[in-house]
Design a binder for this molecule. Structure first.
Ligand code: NDP
Length: 271
């Protein structure tokens, strides 16, 4: 009987914080496991996963650029992975490979628990319609917002999300537009574009913010992003994506180990 093995697959992967987060969870919950980084070749994700399973791997996280491939590789999918069309968490057992997506649940936990901002009855603006945005829609709708506006550079992609999710959100709750077509102000604004990676800003009007809007950028790093600075200068309180990262990890850990780790101390230590 060895110690249960987990890892995170990505390319690049050197700067992943996931090993530190899961090591802290394991220590706090007295779970015996190892969790390592694995650089998967861009054309060799499936082989890397099968090699890890052959070594006795019990589960893995998946990050850029493999979340769609992980979705296709999984023999079974959770409802939220199916809805997201992407997988960030794999579970390996006697039934095969199960794919889950904990990113959206992590986002919602960070907003409602860590930031203490309820989503129920609120007006929510989601910027972006890529993998991270898609994973966020169902978990947000489960909290019954008054409105969920999805704005994207490529409007058709946002409209496709409305097609998919409007029946789950209720009459008139989910809508789509380009960045310049966003109407009114919002209680919660989430930047799920990758614009911050290029120090770029999704071109939304500052009137989407009001005093006390919660503005969250899914990106994280040493410095506040351009989006966070823009939102703060128009009266919003701002958060980066680090809380989301820790919460999606906690959700994955719970799926693997059946134990829910506390996150506050891990998040504080990462900061
Ligand atoms: P995708 O590549 O799937 O989607 C990118 C999105 O950003 C698309 O909607 C795209 O629009 C838009 N976009 C890209 N560049 C620009 C730009 N210059 N201006 C405006 N819009 C732009 O990426 P992901 O959804 O996987 O990731 C999005 C972000 O979320 C990344 O920064 C990622 O690091 C972060 N993330 C953080 C997590 C966390 O735990 N904190 C977890 C997952 C993701 P278009 O459709 O027009 O191309």
């Amino acid at each position: 009987h060895g110690v249960d093995k987990y890892c995170v697959f990505g390319n690049p992967i050197a700067h992943s914080k996931s090993p530190d987060i899961h090591a802290a969870f394991a220590a706090a919950t007295e779970q015996r496991l190892t969790y390592e980084k694995r650089l998967a070749p861009l054309d060799g994700f499936a082989q890397a996963v099968h090699a890890f399973i052959a070594e006795g791997g019990k589960g893995a996280n998946v990050t850029v650029p493999f979340k769609l491939e992980a979705y296709r590789l999984a023999g079974a999918l959770t409802v939220r992975a199916q809805a997201a069309g992407a997988v960030n968490t794999l579970l390996f057992d006697e039934y095969g490979i199960t794919g889950d997506n904990t990113d959206g649940a992590g986002l919602v936990a960070d907003i409602t628990v860590n930031a203490g901002v309820p989503i129920a009855g609120k007006r929510v603006l989601l910027l972006g319609a890529g993998g991270a945005a898609r994973g966020a829609v169902l978990p947000i709708l489960e909290h019954r917002p008054a409105a969920l506006a999805i704005a994207n550079r490529t409007v058709a992609t946002a409209e496709a999300l409305v097609q998919q999710f409007a029946p789950l959100g209720g009459e008139g709750v989910v809508s789509a537009s380009g960045f310049d077509g966003v109407d009114g102000s919002f209680d919660i604004v989430i930047n799920a574009t990758s614009a911050s990676l290029q120090a770029d800003l999704p071109p939304v009007s500052p009137s989407v913010f009001h005093q006390g809007t919660l503005a969250l950028d899914m990106m994280y790093g040493k410095e506040p992003t351009v989006f966070m600075r823009f939102a703060a200068s128009h009266g919003a309180s701002v958060r980066d994506g680090l809380g989301m990262l820790v919460e999606q990890a906690a959700e994955a850990f719970h799926g693997w180990r059946g134990v829910r780790p506390r996150t506050a101390e891990v998040l504080a230590n990462l900061r």
